[in-house]
Design a protein around this ligand. Structure first.
Ligand code: URA
Length: 196
């Protein structure tokens, strides 16, 4: 889709914040630009930064599996992030991923909001609290408010679910760490997105 490609090219040249200094790739997004469902994560990690593709690392593999378990393929949806460049702490020499700052998140809205407007999905599924706080409301509480439908300026419905990295940290033998909730929220989002 031409408008999205033009936006991606402009985004790839962005120097609006310091994340531009150390990034290898701007991770704009990928998938079906005509999808009724867009998934918005937090921001790229090491493998996403290296490949230029969203959700391809360990968390990304869990996200892809959850989509499959929800009966959705990655190719059916559009996947992107709140922040398009990797946020990491470089102070120890070895980069450690960190949540994007408020300033980085605000600056990156110049890419995310046009992306949402061009794709114009029926449903936005925010993955993780930073995405939900950015697109739903500042006070969003992910464990209490995940799976709840909210109105949005950018879609008919917006909802949020747990982040794969959080789920991976919570998982124990006999405890899925919230994986089932992520699958259920994806199913709900897809049901709304594909209903007439
Ligand atoms: N976590 C995210 O939020 N987005 C990615 O692209 C990868 C990991």
């Amino acid at each position: 889709m031409q408008a999205l490609e033009e936006l991606r090219i402009k985004n790839s040249l962005c120097t609006a914040c310091d994340l531009a200094d150390k990034r290898r790739n701007v991770v704009s997004g990928e998938g079906n630009p005509y999808s009724p469902l867009i998934i918005v994560g937090e921001g790229p990690g090491d493998q996403e930064d290296a490949s230029g593709r969203p959700f391809v690392g360990r968390g990304g593999q869990l996200l892809t599996k959850a989509l499959q378990d929800a009966g959705i393929s990655r190719e059916q949806v559009y996947i992107c992030n709140t922040v398009k460049c990797r946020a990491a702490d470089w102070s120890t020499g070895k980069p450690q991923n960190r949540p994007p700052s408020n300033e980085e998140t605000l600056k990156c809205r110049q890419w995310l909001i046009p992306q949402l407007s061009i794709i114009a999905p029926k449903v936005i599924l925010c993955i993780g609290a930073p995405s939900a706080k950015n697109l739903i409301k500042r006070s969003f509480k992910i464990t209490q408010e995940r799976g709840i439908e909210f109105p949005s300026d950018y879609s008919e419905v917006i909802l949020a679910s747990l982040h794969p990295s959080y789920i991976l940290r919570q998982q124990r033998p006999g405890n899925d760490g919230g994986y089932g909730l992520l699958v259920a929220d994806m199913q709900k989002a897809w049901r709304i997105a594909t209903s007439s």
